[in-house]
Ligand binder design. Structure first.
Ligand code: AGP
Length: 611
């Protein structure tokens, strides 16, 4: 949440900061700003604006200068409304120190009161503004020393970067939980919340750990923690710069929907073998230890939680190991009953979600083996866990998760298969058959996404896009599918939805239905198909209009539904992947028909680094 970028080097950095912010915009986009020292030893040229980066670019157009050091920020508001005064960067009273921050300073009210009593005037409602004032109070000619002193006063989780006009070749950053990474160039350094901010300029990075302070200069990176200076080698990242471009698609979300076959393929590549064996060395659990796992708990938020719900079906059915799935924000504050011999999986595509990280920590303290299922190498979740399972979906920019979700489900399918073999819950033939079903998924998904069935979803979406409410129903693995389909619709179209297990509908939600109410029913081929058809009859009897998600070739459904979104044919459990595709497209086309920005839906951010 919130994106920060800083640059120090020899190039005019205004454009570098703006481009970096554009690549961080997925982290927050309600307002943005940059600060560039005037060069005269005076203050900063500040450009801040409410709205997205295009607005900041317009505002920055009239400013010139040749600053070779500067800071930028794109905001997702936590403390203080979305106003220009609350935009970062924030300055101290003398106007010589500029700071950008991501995260929350939890004790900001007491710090603010203390500073106010000392005569400081605040110009914003943010928690972040205490930082430049605190640093100014500690400043005695050494910005790094002032930052080190200031952070001893802070409670919370944050990453920030500060510049002082007296030190024009130096920038100081600090992090407590929230991410911060340095990009190393020839005679220049970048510092940012995430690698994409400077990916087009350098692939050489230095990771900053929680609790560290970092000083960057054009030719040097100095890292400190409580025990003194730290030596840290840089690493190369092999991310694809093109991943941050739309590659001819109208939106990132549509591009990412179309990248799902590749995401699935890459996630299973070199792990899955024809004989049903699976390599997952990075779990840091050998086969004997995995075979002894007694129970599994899955913690996650949002779409990752829905992948966890699908995972429960896969793991329980294929391996017989009992699985508990819970949203991380609840799990972290309950009595945790995980312990030695249990496996806890934190699913987080970003690897940064604060609640998921906290839930994983709770489980680790209890002695469980904790694994991070994430898309981001080196993310905080991977550092906090005993082992990892990487999805290889590539960078996902659209706020609504699509390709990372299917990749998570595939990773969980691989784990289920591996456990099933180790526990002798699957026969060798059964494992081989499941391996071939999983291996077929990339082809199935890619054929579907290029098909008329996928194209036709747009027509159905357009004919329902003005409806004020949608009910989603499903059974068995169709339940998490309808949860996820409904989340996609509400996230990007702002249309209220309710998603329920179809069997529970009569216990309340049916009262919502009226003449013409649209009900999306996940009715793919399975042992519960007839049960879902009965539910379809029940809602139709109340005047509802049914949009069924059904398996290609099942013509029976056309007798019952008002419209059909066809899903590719797979086995029952893997229909969680087949059936989510038309629902992603349905949500996408409804939102586009309403003229909404699907990549940057209101109030949301791609990474939720605050609880
Ligand atoms: C997905 O469309 C959402 N934007 C959101 O629910 C997301 O899945 C959730 O915030 C969890 O993120 P994570 O996977 O990065 O932890």
């Amino acid at each position: 949440m919130c994106g920060i970028i800083g640059y120090v080097g020899s190039r005019n950095c205004r454009e570098l900061l703006l481009e970096g912010l554009e690549r961080l915009e997925y982290r927050g986009y309600d307002s943005a700003g940059v600060a560039l020292p005037d060069g005269s030893g005076g203050g900063f040229t500040m450009v801040r604006s409410v709205g997205n980066l295009a607005r900041l670019r317009d505002a920055a157009d009239g400013t010139d200068g040749d600053a070779t050091i500067g800071l930028g920020h794109t905001r997702w508001a936590t403390h203080g409304r979305v106003t220009e005064e609350n935009c970062h960067p924030h300055l101290d009273g003398s106007g010589q120190i500029a700071v950008v921050m991501n995260g929350i300073i939890e004790n900001y009210i007491s710090l603010r009161d203390e500073l106010t009593r000392e005569g400081v005037t605040f110009n914003s409602e943010t928690d972040a503004e205490v930082l430049p004032h605190l640093i100014a109070r500690e400043y005695d000619g050494d910005l790094a020393a002032a930052v080190r002193a200031a952070i001893t006063k802070l409670e919370g989780h944050y990453a920030f970067v500060a510049v002082h006009t007296n030190e024009p070749d130096r920038m100081v950053g600090a992090r407590e939980e929230c991410p911060l990474v340095v990009g190393v160039g020839e005679g220049e350094r970048f510092i940012a919340s995430a690698i994409p901010a400077f990916m087009s300029e350098t692939r050489e990075i230095v990771s900053i750990e929680s609790g560290e302070v970092v000083v960057i200069e054009p030719d040097a990176t100095h890292i400190y923690n409580g025990s003194g200076p730290q030596d840290r080698a840089s690493e190369e990242v092999d991310w694809d710069v093109d991943a941050a471009e739309k590659a001819g698609f109208e939106t990132f979300m549509l591009k990412e929907i179309h990248e799902q076959a590749t995401a699935i393929h890459d996630t299973m590549a070199d792990r899955l073998h024809e004989d049903g064996s699976v390599d997952m060395a990075e779990l840091a659990l050998d086969d004997a230890a995995l075979a002894r796992i007694g129970k599994i708990q899955i913690v996650a938020c949002g779409t990752s939680y829905h992948a966890g719900l699908v995972g429960r079906h896969l793991i329980e059915e294929w391996s017989g190991v009992p699985v508990h799935v819970e949203v991380a924000s609840e799990y972290r504050y309950r009595t945790c009953l995980a312990g030695p011999g249990d496996l806890v999986i934190g699913i987080t595509q970003s690897g940064e979600t604060a609640d998921t990280l906290a839930a994983m920590r709770v489980a680790r303290q209890r002695g469980a083996h904790v694994v991070a299922l994430t898309n981001i190498m080196g993310s905080q979740a991977t550092r906090d866990a005993d082992g990892v399972m990487y999805t290889r979906a590539g960078l996902e920019i659209g706020v609504a998760a699509t390709k990372t979700h299917v990749a998570q489900v595939v990773a969980l399918a691989l784990l289920s298969l591996k456990l099933g073999r180790l526990k002798w819950h699957l026969t060798p033939e059964g494992a081989r058959e499941l391996a071939s079903e999983i291996a077929a998924l990339p082809g199935i998904v890619s054929t579907y996404l290029d098909s008329d069935a996928a194209n036709d979803v747009a027509d159905v979406a357009r004919s329902y896009s003005r409806r004020p409410f949608f009910l989603y129903l499903g059974r068995h693995v169709g339940v998490p599918v309808c949860f996820e389909g409904a989340l996609k619709l509400k996230e990007i179209s702002y249309i209220p939805t309710e998603a329920y297990p179809a069997g529970e509908m009569k216990h309340g939600p049916i009262a919502l239905l009226d003449e013409g109410s649209p009900v999306v029913c996940v009715a793919t081929d399975s042992h519960v198909f007839d049960k879902v058809v009965s539910n379809i009859q029940e809602v139709k009897a109340r005047g509802a209009q049914v949009i069924a998600v059904a398996t290609e070739g099942n013509s029976e459904i056309e007798e019952h539904a008002d419209a059909v979104l066809w899903a590719p044919r797979t086995s029952t459990l893997l229909s969680a992947i087949g059936a989510i595709l038309p629902l992603q497209l349905f949500a996408y086309h409804v939102a586009r028909d309403l003229g909404l920005n699907v990549d940057q839906p209101r109030n949301l951010a791609k990474t939720v680094t605050v609880e």
